[in-house]
Design a protein around this ligand. Structure first.
Ligand code: F58
Length: 807
């Protein structure tokens, strides 16, 4: 692949060490060694990186407010196929590659599934030879670091750029872009056309930081470009042009500096919730405007005709946060490229596509008109005009005032970003079959009826290279021993594994691999948290953001149920179980934080109760993120996917667990439905309300949590634990959770699904006793996980959205 050998590598490494640090290798610490190694790798790939950038295929630009990349070293070495050369070379210099891999920081530039999906997609685009690049923000502070103090979540700033820079980035100040905020726009008639003049705006400089995205053993290297916001002229010199002059006084200049730098200062730690903050809108436009201008600048250099933009470029927006791509592209095409409205609109719609990631009302972005008007006066004008034309069109079709109001982009005092996305793009997709179905039938039904051809499903996927080949090397090797290595490029080949489902030898190998992964995790937990867990126990794992709809509460109430059973009957028949949680709560999400405190308090009580003889252990790992997932997932036996049906758009950890051989315990929600379709009744454990039942309850009522509580002694027993002092060290968190269940009638059907969940958990227990059967099911899950590779997802995006009719 890359032509260089151990000797050459050592030479490069030594020279770099001298030129960057002017010291010997022996003197360097791990951080410095890692910097040198990444720098050598960047040198090796530089030529290929430039070549990929200059390719003349249709290009995809993936806009996302978050990219949750995880560590890059191991993945880069795998993809370049140089692990062995580097490992051996380092070893000869007395350096351990594993130490360097673990010394790398884990940039937390995302909240959860959405950000991680964007990272998996970059990996797949590069690996599939698609010229697909990411645009995002280079937050100075990523998602907060979570600490537990007395069982409470405490948030600490994530100062990930301690050295001032990131080892994989290349800064490109020569490609900086000016983004304009505020000011006033004047429309002047010139040659029978209205021309817009933007005066007195606040200019903010967007500095690109490029990260190479290396394809899997194909010499293909794309780019993730992250923008940092800065003052327009670093030396504080006077501004020319139409920009507002901020240098009247020293104080003004400092204010301006703060205004600009604040924009890429920190990631919003909100999950599934829309905050409506001015700074967030600034971030969104900053990303969009910098990215769009960058694309058009590059496009024009290529001398292609601007009218052919959609033939050469596809722009994808990851959820509504980059929605302003639509009016921003209109602005550039009309104000700068002098196209007519109709030409610009046609190009914009044909270029842009949109993915929706949620059906929850509280997550839908709606920006106040006044805020938009003041911050982005030209963009607001364009949105207004898009809306005016759209409403006119609806009026011609429908004689239903209320319907038109619901569908319009500007409504009351707000601008609905989802509506703008649907109207201004050629494709709208959901992220799992059920989710897309709900979009069509429920949430976006009127839009679907209006333009059904726009709507489509693209079930999510995961980068199997990171999530199996890299984090579970033994499993990867076993698979390759059994079926060869074609699966690495075509995961549907995994199906071949099914023929081993009754082969005791293979199943025993699979069992041994799981055991050693469990042992590795046990050692980690012992070292980090001082809790001893038993690798022979069932590892039952729920790792994801903490949210009421994801129902970590259901999980912990069941743990309490088992605990009571053990206390009441010491001969209660249960396999030893280790329950593992990992979850951050949004800092302002009170109920979620109460649940964290509750789980930690339950853990504390149960882990220290000798009466139950270690039958149950509960571990809540601190600061859950990508690197922790990489050690937890390969060790899991049970994958908890227990969201309230209809609420989880897809889920992606469900796919990672499945590919690593865990058995899914699930509601028929999100992509769990498709996992079920792949493996069949025998190989998954399902429970809970069906989507139609949840929808009916939501529409027509008919569920009383209080009645259930009063009539079911098991439910009453665990719910009472929230408030009766059985769990020590609880403040009024227990009361708040209790109220959410009883006083506010259990919005997420935790109690409604409780009995059914206990039964499902009992099935898990019984199945684990038949270890060979368990291992066989585990193998069948791996064998049928092929469709959940993000390579499959990206191929579908490419074929049906980005390159439709091109490739
Ligand atoms: C998640 N959304 C969905 N949002 O909840 C999950 O079902 C799905 O699998 C995943 O997207 C990928 O499609 C999600 O992670 C966020 O984190 C947003 C970040 C920005 C603020 C609002 C939430």
């Amino acid at each position: 692949m890359v032509t260089f050998n151990k000797k050459k590598f050592k030479q490069l490494f030594e020279n770099k060490m001298y030129s960057i640090y002017a010291q010997s290798i022996e003197e360097a610490n791990n951080e410095q060694l890692l910097t040198i190694l990444s720098s050598v790798i960047k040198d090796i790939i530089s030529k290929k990186w430039i070549e990929t950038r200059l390719s003349c295929e249709k290009e995809v630009y993936y806009f996302s407010i978050e990219f949750l990349m995880g560590r890059q070293l191991k993945s880069n070495l795998l993809n370049l196929d140089i692990q062995k050369t580097i490992k051996d070379g380092l070893q000869e210099m007395g350096i351990s590659l594993d130490d360097l891999i673990n010394a790398e920081g884990d940039p937390a530039l995302g909240n959860g599934g959405l950000g991680r999906l964007a990272a998996c997609f970059l990996d797949s685009m590069a690996s599939l030879n698609i010229s697909g690049h990411g645009y995002g923000l280079r937050y100075k502070y990523g998602l907060f670091e979570q600490k537990f103090v007395n069982g409470y979540q405490v948030e600490v700033p994530d100062n990930w750029l301690t050295q001032g820079s990131y080892i994989w980035e290349t800064v490109r100040p020569n490609k900086a872009i000016v983004v304009k905020f505020e000011g006033k726009v004047y429309l002047v008639e010139e040659n029978n056309k209205l021309k817009a003049y933007h005066k007195n705006y606040i200019p903010v400089m967007a500095i690109p930081y490029d990260i190479p995205i290396i394809g899997y053993q194909n010499e293909y290297i794309n780019t993730l470009r992250l923008f940092k916001s800065e003052v327009i002229n670093r030396d504080f010199g006077p501004l020319t042009s139409n920009a507002k002059n901020h240098f009247g006084s020293y104080e003004e200049a400092l204010k301006y500096k703060y205004y600009t730098e604040e924009i890429s200062q920190s990631l919003y730690p909100n999950d599934s919730n829309y905050a409506g903050k001015l700074l967030r809108l600034k971030q969104e436009y900053f990303l969009v405007s910098a990215g769009m201008q960058d694309i058009i600048r590059k496009y024009k250099k290529s001398k292609l005709n601007i009218l052919d933009l959609s033939k050469n470029i596809a722009i994808h927006i990851n959820d509504t946060h980059p929605t302003l791509c639509i009016p921003e592209l209109m602005r550039i095409l009309i104000d700068e490229e002098q196209l007519s409205w109709d030409e610009a609109w046609c190009i914009t719609k044909n270029t842009i596509s949109y993915t929706n990631h949620t059906i929850m009302a509280e997550a839908m972005e709606k920006w106040p008109i006044d805020m938009m008007k003041k911050l982005l006066p030209r963009i607001y004008m364009i949105i207004e005009e898009i809306n005016r034309r759209y409403v006119q069109n609806l009026n011609n079709k429908y004689n239903d005032h209320e319907k038109i109001k619901r569908m319009s982009i500007i409504n009351h005092e707000n601008i609905s970003m989802a509506n703008l996305c649907i109207v201004g793009s050629h494709s709208v997709n959901g992220v799992a079959a059920l989710h897309t179905d709900l979009l069509k039938k429920e949430v976006l039904n009127e839009f679907y009826d209006d333009e059904p051809e726009k709507f489509n499903n693209k079930t999510n996927g995961i980068a199997h290279r990171r999530w199996v080949m890299n984090c579970n090397e033994d499993l990867s090797d076993l698979i390759t021993d059994l079926i060869g290595d074609k699966w690495k490029k075509d995961t549907l080949q995994l199906k071949e594994l099914e023929k081993y489902k009754n082969n005791s030898q293979v199943l025993s190998k699979l069992n041994n691999i799981k055991y050693s992964n469990k042992k590795r995790l046990a050692d980690f937990i012992s070292k980090e948290y001082n809790i001893e867990i038993n690798p022979n126990s069932i590892y039952d794992v729920q790792i994801k953001r903490l949210h009421a709809y994801k129902r970590q509460l259901l999980n912990v109430l069941h743990i309490l149920h088992l605990y009571h059973e053990l206390l009441e009957n010491p001969n209660f028949d249960m396999e030893p179980r280790t329950f593992i949680f990992g979850a951050k709560a949004a800092p302002g999400y009170d109920l979620a934080k109460c649940i964290i405190k509750f789980i930690n308090s339950v853990a504390n009580k149960i882990n220290n109760d000798e009466k139950i003889e270690n039958k149950i252990k509960v571990v809540f790992v601190e600061n859950y993120g990508v690197s922790l997932a990489e050690i937890i997932i390969p060790a899991a036996d049970v994958s908890e996917q227990i969201s309230t049906t209809t609420k989880e758009a897809s889920g992606t950890s469900n796919m990672k667990f499945m590919m690593n051989g865990a058995i899914t315990l699930a509601t028929l929600d999100g992509a769990n439905v498709e996992i079920y379709e792949q493996v069949g009744d025998e190989n998954i454990i399902l429970f809970g309300l069906k989507a139609s039942q949840v929808l009916n309850y939501n529409k027509y009522g008919g569920y009383s949590a209080l009645d259930l509580y009063n009539s079911n002694r098991y439910i009453k027993r665990v719910v009472d634990d929230l408030i009766n002092g059985f769990i020590p060290n609880m403040g009024n968190e227990g009361r708040k959770i209790y109220d959410s269940l009883i006083t506010y009638n259990d919005e997420y059907f935790v109690l409604r699904d409780f009995e059914n969940y206990i039964e499902a958990q009992y099935k898990v227990n019984e199945l684990y006793k038949q270890k060979e059967k368990w291992n066989s099911i585990s193998l069948v899950n791996i064998a049928n996980s092929g469709m959940f590779s993000s390579d499959r997802t990206i191929s579908e995006y490419a074929k049906y959205i980005w390159f439709k009719g091109v490739r």
